[in-house]
Ligand binder design. Structure first.
Ligand code: SF4
Length: 472
C-alpha cells in the first residue's frame, strides 16, 4: 500500500489558491497509481504538521506542488514535516522514517526534466508553426533575490531549448529580477515572439502584472492561438498559458512519484493508528453521531451527512451532494461567500445533505474536517502531543519570525478572539478535554498546535496591524 501526498501553498484569503492541487489530486486518484492521494497545505488544512498522520499507508511519497525550488520547498515544507532537512533537496530526494512511516520527499514538479516538453507544448498552443527561422521564445519566471535556486530551472530550460534550435532565440526573463521581462524589446530581434509564463497557476501575475509589464493591450484573460496575438510594432507577441496548468503536469507528477519510489516496489502496510481511528469513527457513525457542526446518520447501507441545524428538515429542501469533491466545493465558502481556511471555525454553511457509501465516508469527513478523526483518536489514546506556543513561535522563519516577539498576553488575546470561534480546544495552551467527539461529545475536538491562521493573526497583532485588513 502506498500514499502520495501533494503539498500546496494554499491561502487564508483566496479560496482558489488550492484549486490546482485539488485538480491534480483528483486526476491522480483516477489513475490509481497510488492507493491514496492526500493533499496538505501550508495555509489550509490538513496542515503540513498534520498531513502525515492522515496517510493510510506506512509508505509515503511527498511532492511539493511548486514550480521551482526555493524558500518553501527547501525551508518551510521540510521543517514543518519534521524531515530534519534544510536547504537544497538532492536529485534523489530526501528519505526518512517518521512516526513509523517511510517518507520520501521529492524535488518540486517544476524542476522535473519532463517540464521542458510542457514549455514547448504551451508555446505550440499559441504558435503551432514555430520553425527556428524568425521566432523567439521567452520563458518568463517570477524571480526573487531571496533564493537564486528558484530561477535556476528557468535558465536551465532556456539553455536546453536553445540547444534544440526550434527557436531562433531563447531567453529567460523575470518579473522581479534581472534580466527583467520589461526589457524584452532590447533583447529580442525576432519578428515573432512566444512568451511562456513559467508559473504554477493562472492568477494575478499571469493575467495582470505580466501583460501590463509587456504593454499588451486588449482583453487580458487567456491568450490562445485564436485570440492571443497582440501587435507590437514589427513584432508579434504570442502569450501562452502558464506551464503549471497544462494537463501533462499530471504525467510529470506520476513520473516524479514513481522515480522517488525507486527500488521500493512492495509498498508499506496500512498504518495501524490510522486504521484504528477510522474504525472507531465508522463504529460511531453506524449508530448515528454528531461531530463538530454535522450529523451523520446511517440508513439502508448509506451514510447521510448534513449540518446539525438542518436536522429534521425535509431532504427536498436541501441540496443533495454525492461526491466528496462536491461536498468540499459546496462547503469551501461560508454563507457570506468567505473562504474557510480553518474548517473547524463555526461557519459551516447550511442547506445541504451529502450521501455516501462506507467506502467514500472517510474521504467525505476528511474534506469537512481534515485530520480531525486522526487527531481526535490520537488524543483519546494519549498519543497526541501538544506543541506549546513558544515552540511554534521559535520554529517560524521569514515574515513570521516576528511572532517570536509576541508577549504571552498578546498571544492569549488573539487566541481568545480567533479560537473563540473555533470548535477545537487548545490543548497546546494547556486546555483539557475529558472526552472527544468519538465518545459522543460533538464539539470536543483537540487542537494540538497553533494553526497558521492564528500565527498570521498574532503576527498582525505584533505589527500593530490587526483589524486593519493586513493580508496573510
Ligand atoms: Fe482553531 Fe485556534 Fe486551533 Fe486554529 S489554533 S485550529 S483557530 S483552536
Amino acid at each position: 500500500m502506498r500514499s502520495l501526498v501533494l503539498i500546496g501553498h494554499g491561502s487564508h484569503l483566496n479560496p482558489e489558491s488550492a484549486a490546482a492541487v485539488y485538480r491534480y489530486a483528483e486526476l491522480l486518484r483516477q489513475r490509481q497509481v497510488f492507493d491514496e492521494v492526500v493533499e496538505g497545505y501550508w495555509k489550509e488544512e490538513p496542515s503540513l504538521r498534520q498531513v502525515l498522520r492522515t496517510c493510510a499507508s506506512t509508505d509515503v511519497t511527498i511532492i511539493p506542488m511548486f514550480i521551482s525550488e526555493g524558500y518553501f520547498t527547501e525551508t518551510v515544507i521540510p521543517r514543518e514535516l519534521g524531515l530534519g532537512h534544510q536547504g537544497p533537496v538532492p536529485p534523489e530526494g530526501v528519505a526518512r522514517t517518521l512516526g513509523g512511516r517511510t517518507v520520501r520527499y521529492t524535488l518540486p514538479y517544476g524542476v522535473h526534466p519532463a517540464m521542458t516538453e510542457v514549455i514547448l507544448e504551451r508555446a505550440r498552443e499559441v504558435l503551432p508553426d514555430a520553425d527556428g527561422s524568425d521566432t523567439a521564445l521567452i520563458i518568463i519566471g517570477h524571480g526573487t533575490t531571496r533564493n537564486e535556486n528558484s530561477n535556476k530551472v528557468v535558465h536551465h530550460n532556456a539553455a536546453l531549448l536553445r540547444e534544440r534550435g526550434i527557436f531562433s532565440e531563447v531567453h529567460a526573463l523575470f518579473l522581479d529580477e534581472e534580466p527583467k521581462v520589461t526589457g524584452w524589446r532590447e533583447r529580442v530581434s525576432a519578428r515573432r515572439v512566444v512568451m511562456v509564463p513559467f508559473f504554477a497557476s493562472e492568477g494575478w501575475h499571469t493575467l495582470e502584472t505580466i501583460p501590463e509589464d509587456l504593454s499588451l493591450e486588449g482583453t487580458v484573460t487567456t491568450f490562445t492561438a485564436e485570440d492571443g496575438q497582440e501587435g507590437q510594432g514589427e513584432q508579434t507577441v504570442y502569450y501562452a498559458r502558464p506551464v503549471g496548468t497544462h494537463p501533462a503536469v499530471a504525467d510529470v507528477i506520476v513520473q516524479l512519484a514513481l522515480e522517488a519510489r525507486g527500488a521500493s516496489v512492495s509498498g508499506g502496510d496500512h498504518a495501524t493508528e490510522h486504521r484504528a481511528a477510522w474504525s472507531a469513527l465508522l463504529e460511531r457513525a453506524r449508530q448515528g453521531m454528531r461531530m463538530g457542526e454535522i450529523t451523520v446518520q446511517f440508513e439502508n447501507g448509506l451514510y447521510e451527512l448534513r449540518h446539525a441545524l438542518d436536522e429534521g428538515r425535509s431532504s427536498e429542501t436541501l441540496t443533495t451532494l454525492v461526491t466528496p469533491e462536491g461536498l468540499r466545493d459546496h462547503t469551501r465558502l461560508d454563507e457570506r461567500g468567505e473562504h474557510r481556511p480553518v474548517h473547524t471555525l463555526r461557519n459551516l454553511r447550511r442547506g445541504w445533505r451529502a450521501v455516501f457509501t462506507e467506502a467514500d465516508l472517510p474521504h467525505a469527513i476528511h474534506t469537512l474536517y481534515p485530520a480531525v478523526v486522526e487527531e481526535g483518536y490520537a488524543y483519546s489514546t494519549h498519543n497526541l502531543r501538544p506543541t506549546p506556543w513558544p515552540t511554534t513561535a521559535k520554529r517560524q522563519t521569514g515574515i513570521y519570525a516576528r511572532v517570536q516577539k509576541a508577549t504571552p498576553e498578546q498571544v492569549e488575546h488573539v487566541a481568545q478572539d480567533v479560537c473563540g470561534g473555533c470548535l477545537k480546544t487548545r490543548i497546546w495552551a494547556g486546555q483539557r478535554l475529558s472526552q472527544t467527539f468519538l465518545d459522543g461529545v460533538p464539539g470536543a475536538i483537540p487542537c494540538a498546535e497553533a494553526c497558521t491562521f492564528l500565527v498570521a493573526e498574532i503576527r498582525e497583532e505584533v505589527a500593530g496591524k490587526r483589524g486593519q485588513g493586513g493580508g496573510h
